[in-house]
Design a protein around this ligand. Structure first.
Ligand SMILES: O=C(O)CCC(=O)C(=O)O
Ligand SMILES: [Fe+2]
Length: 324
């Protein structure tokens, strides 16, 4: 396979100070904004459990799944076709259903603050989802995975700091209370027809810092190269597909790329995936980094905060949302 066909490099998370890894990561962030992650230390058994529990969740009755929705806090269940990632090109909603899990902050906790995305998860329980045999198993698998992924996310951010020519701990303070959201996704066995506006997940960039994606191996994810061409992101067992979001592009003054991607399904089988969105503290300041600016290359973006940036992105999506 030529480099042209597979421009997505592999980063091993083992040796964090390794100069070669740092420079490979820098190139990946500048060129494609996507890389495979190996050596992350997440147990294969845990990954299998997350996939199994995800299948169990989406196999519940429609009644149970609807009872798990919580649109106010964007936690819990989102129905098939409810989301439209690219309203400009899509005639139909994404042919997927989803389930969001964040950090659980109970309503009576001092940190509870829906305006800052701090609130309770909406999880299965014998009362809400009587058809789930073992709700506590689902909850404990997802909680463990969420915690482990925060640990991996933190290490990637340290590696990103090095790749920007900054001290390894540069962003540490901004990730003391990260906005970290795991999303389970289930794509229907529907053949995507982009020419007719039918997508499994419409074209988009991710809003935040980094996304770590795991799938069941069913193909579908495509990335757009700088020349406009779409390429398949091939599944690599045990590796995460990591991509950068708009917030990091902004922070790095456009040096690191937030790349457009989409999902097209072939219609032969269902597809399960779980993106994990790892973002800075709500109040973290996002100001174009000095190392990415110069007299000839002044800051292209106004300073903002992580929370404001994310809220802005959500508002934009809603403003031009035109349901058919
Ligand atoms: O399911 C996938 O492969 C990608 C999903 C995605 O891009 C997203 O949820 O932002
Ligand atoms: Fe995405």
């Amino acid at each position: 396979m030529t480099l042209q066909n597979n421009p997505i490099p592999t980063i091993r998370l083992g040796e964090i100070n390794d100069a070669e890894t740092v420079s490979l990561l820098r190139s990946a962030c500048i060129d494609s904004g996507f890389f495979y992650l190996e050596g992350h230390g997440i147990d294969e058994g845990l990954i299998a459990d997350v996939l199994e529990q995800s299948r169990i969740l989406f196999g519940l009755s429609e009644e149970s799944k609807k009872a798990l929705s919580d649109p106010v806090l964007s936690r819990g269940y989102t129905a098939m076709s409810e989301e439209t990632l690219d309203p400009r090109k899509q005639k139909y909603g994404d042919t997927k259903e989803g389930f969001y899990i964040g950090k659980h902050v109970p309503a009576d906790h001092p940190e509870f603050n829906p305006a800052k995305f701090k609130g309770p998860n909406r999880m299965p329980s014998p009362e809400i989802t009587p058809d789930m045999a073992d709700c506590s198993q689902f909850c404990s698998v997802m909680e463990t995975y969420h915690q482990e992924m925060c640990r991996v996310g933190f290490r990637i951010v340290q590696l990103l700091a090095l790749s920007l020519g900054l001290p390894k701990t540069y962003f540490d303070k901004d990730f003391e209370d990260p906005l970290a959201l795991l999303r389970l996704l289930h794509y229907a066995a529907v053949k995507s027809k982009p020419e007719e506006g039918l997508y499994a997940a419409g074209e988009h960039t991710d809003y935040g810092m980094i996304t770590l994606l795991l799938t069941d191996g069913t193909p579908g994810l495509q990335v757009q190269l700088k020349n406009g061409q779409w390429i398949d992101v091939e599944h690599r067992k045990g590796a995460f597909v990591v991509n950068l979001g708009d917030m990091l592009e902004r922070w790095s003054n456009g040096l690191f790329r937030s790349t457009t991607h989409r999902v097209l399904t072939h219609g032969e089988s269902e597809r399960y995936s779980m993106p994990f969105f790892y973002e800075p503290n709500f109040d973290a300041r996002v100001t174009c980094l000095d190392v990415c600016c110069s007299r000839d290359n002044p800051p292209k973006f106004e300073p903002t905060t992580s929370g404001e940036h994310l809220l802005d992105k959500y508002r934009q999506t809603h403003a031009d949302f035109r349901p058919e």
